[in-house]
Design a protein around this ligand. Sequence first.
Ligand code: PGA
Length: 260
Amino acid sequence: MPDRRPLISGNWKMHHNHFEAIQSVQKLSYRLTKDDYEEVDVSVHPPFTDIRSIQTLLQSEKIPVELGAQNCHWEPKGAFTGEVAAGMLAKLDVTYVIVGHSERRELFGETDEMVNNKVKAVLKAEMTPIMCVGETLDERQADQTETKVAGQVVAGLAGVKPEQVASMVIAYEPIWAIGTGENATPADAQAVCALVRSTVAEKAGADAAAAVRIQYGGSVKPGNAPELMAQPDIDGALVGGASLEADDFARIVQYRLGGD
Ligand code: PGA
């Protein structure tokens, strides 16, 4: 079984201007230890306007936290007012780009095809996509979780080579659990993450499925992180609300110490 390093990512959404972002990363770096960085990959995903400041901070202070973005456009350049190209993020030493977050899909009309184009653009720019999938409450209640999630995985990975799939991260985020304080039970989250992995196996082969990292996201907190992270198909967490407080986020990164 390949070594899937845990990845804990903080999705700050539209929070923290660049001054607040610098403070938050500094605080986080005071909390995290060498042992944490040895065990876990950590990324922060600030708004675009903060990225250059955080890049400079991470490099000048040699903080081994990876820089992430929350979105990008799929075209390399052009007349797309307000958009940011993947290559521009790569130039700022961004490592991970969240693609197809449910808020982008629901509030900004991102389709599976757009998500697929973004995944390819991020890979082309030599960064790692964190591709989000997940069902709504209605879909869950209508027993459509598997169809929805497997469909999003297949569509998002269309035309992506197996070795590229192997390098990716897929985040399973049940939409009803995002920012609501509700979360999937560890067993439910595990079942859907296992489905994501078997869908990857069908699409890209067993090696890619064994290597791809799968995160769970949706109301992850210091208290529930240890049990979620103990599930065999959960390799990390995509954390929204709790990543805004450096103390809470550090305790999630330190899930192996037992949570609350
Ligand atoms: P939450 O958000 O942790 O606040 O539920 C997760 C996400 O949207 O990535």
